[in-house]
Design a protein around this ligand. Structure first.
Ligand SMILES: [Zn+2]
Length: 103
């Protein structure tokens, strides 16, 4: 037995700051181009499409339906399955719309 404080809980859904950096670079430097962002467990791409990753949606957007709609209009996400995981390709397709977040 060790008398010790538990370590901080693991953050779910990976590191937000890592995804923030990825989305920032795609938006500013490579709009309209797919990027291979890495290989992740199957299902991650679906969660991204559903707006469950905060880095992809505007700050403060809480409603699930709004997030899904935003994701469909602004991000294209496709996968190539590799065994237990999937390569995830992401493209920023927003920016020219009048959604209120891009203007
Ligand atoms: Zn927009």
């Amino acid at each position: 037995m060790d008398i010790t404080d538990p370590p901080p809980p693991k953050r779910g859904r990976g590191s937000t700051s890592k995804w923030k950096e990825i989305t920032r670079i795609l938006k500013t430097k490579y709009p309209g181009q797919f990027a291979l962002v890495g290989s992740y467990s199957n299902g991650v791409a679906t969660q991204i499409r559903q707006g469950k990753y905060a880095a992809f949606v505007p700050d403060g957007m809480e409603l699930t339906a709004s997030r899904i709609d935003y994701m469909q209009r602004h991000w294209e996400i496709t996968t190539r399955r590799k065994g237990q995981s999937s390569d995830i390709y992401i493209k920023w397709i927003g920016g020219d719309c009048t959604c209120g977040y891009c203007t």
